[in-house]
Design a binder for this molecule. Structure first.
Ligand code: GLA
Length: 395
């Protein structure tokens, strides 16, 4: 929605004057490769999208927080002194959970009227949650710093970490840092090569030699996702404990090479745990190879690695589903597709493909048609560029 339209809506809902209004925005993300590696201290290679959450906000002189969304006609009203108690809200829990986390970490939270405009489709595996969390964190931190007379810019990595903590503590999903980091730190035209063990990172200019990034949203919501996600995490921890009996110096799966894994994998007799660990360690290796391949402009090799990533997520990590596999299978039938894989947590959500520009229309038409025939659902397609991370918008 345009800023002008947001303003109109804001005053319609909240009344008052056009004074002391602020805008903050933070995007969703697409992960190019490196899935389910972040919470294992591994590598990821995401980029920020142009689709984002925009907040229009105005400080109040009491302790009320009022939330509205441009696409929902309900107002959520919360009391600052009672922020721990809104976990069961159908909408507003991510917002209030982040504000609460900020408060617990020493930020000063003031009463606010906040209007949210989300263009990242919810439940699409494109991190609509991180977009809400990071924009909210940035909003609270900016206002709190001003109140306290702090003039240094808001530390966006800190915003990513606090947003992740909100998701752990308030929402109950033990997610890794990838989504919030991408939303906070994205850079136009670049992907982020991030080592989740110590958060060291490098921007990689994405030169796809004329090929396009095509996202397909299955429109299958990842509803069962949360418990299955936490379950995968536990299986990885179990695998690490076993491998540590041979390599006690290792602190996470991300520190274990493929060669070391091959040497010690016989120690893992639980078949499920073995598959999970094999995925994580091989996926980490694929991220390194992808960054290398793109560095020398070898988009074809990158596509091959994307395909291998999806196959591993399907067969070893078991987080794909009929909808994701169908899009990926159909995508690979198109001549101009270099690689296709699911992106995000899985169990629904979206896929990402690299497609020759001349084949994008055919891709969307044929994949979309076959998808509907097989699943009865309609997919949405986005041909996307990578964008910037969270920021204040001066309007
Ligand atoms: C979700 C989580 C991330 C990451 C991905 C899988 O998006 O929020 O932290 O674990 O799944 O790669």
């Amino acid at each position: 929605m345009e800023i002008r339209e947001m303003k109109q809506m804001f005053f319609e809902y909240f009344g008052g004057e056009d004074k002391n209004i602020r805008f903050f925005a933070s995007p969703g993300r697409v992960n190019l490769i490196g899935e389910h590696t972040d919470y294992n201290g591994g590598f990821v290679f995401p980029g920020a999208l142009k689709m984002k959450t925009t907040i229009m906000c105005r400080v109040r002189d009491d302790k009320k927080i009022r939330l509205m969304a441009t696409d929902l006609k309900i107002m959520v009203e919360a009391d600052i002194d009672n922020l721990a108690n809104y976990k069961d809200l159908k909408w507003g829990d991510y917002q209030l959970g982040t504000i609460y986390e900020m408060m617990c970490n020493g930020y000063e939270v003031m009463g606010m009227d906040m209007l949210y405009d989300d263009t990242v489709p919810h439940g699409s595996g494109l991190s609509s949650s991180a977009a809400i969390e990071v924009s909210t964190a940035l909003c609270v931190a900016t206002l709190s710093n001003e109140k306290k007379g702090i003039t240094t810019p808001v530390d966006m990595i800190e915003m990513a970490k606090l947003s992740q903590m909100a998701e752990h503590n308030y929402i109950g999903v033990k997610c890794g840092i990838m989504d919030q980091f991408s939303s906070a730190m994205g850079k136009e035209g670049h992907a982020i090569f991030l080592d989740c063990k110590d958060l060291s990172y490098k921007y990689v200019k994405l030169n796809l030699d004329g090929k396009k990034i095509v996202i397909a949203n299955t429109n299958k919501k990842h509803s069962l996702g949360n418990s299955a996600y936490n379950q995968r995490r536990m299986e990885c921890e179990k695998g690490l404990e076993i491998l540590k009996t041979a390599m006690p110096e290792k602190t996470c799966l991300g520190e274990i090479s493929l060669a070391e894994f091959d040497m010690h994998k016989h120690l893992i007799d639980d078949e499920i745990v073995l598959k999970r660990v094999e995925h994580v360690i091989s996926e980490d290796d694929r991220v390194l190879k992808s960054v290398e391949a793109l560095g020398i402009g070898d988009v074809k090799e990158f596509g091959r690695l994307m395909n291998a990533s999806h196959d591993s997520l399907r067969d070893l990590y078991e987080v794909t589903c009929l909808e994701l596999d169908t899009i990926v299978d159909e995508a690979r039938k198109i001549k101009g597709t270099l690689g296709a894989r699911m992106t995000g947590a899985g169990f629904g959500g979206s896929t990402v493909s690299i497609v020759e520009a001349d084949y994008v229309d055919e891709f969307i038409e044929k994949v979309g048609k076959a998808y509907t025939e097989i699943t009865g659902l309609t997919a949405d397609f986005y041909v996307t560029e990578l964008g910037d991370g969270g920021r204040e918008i001066l309007a």
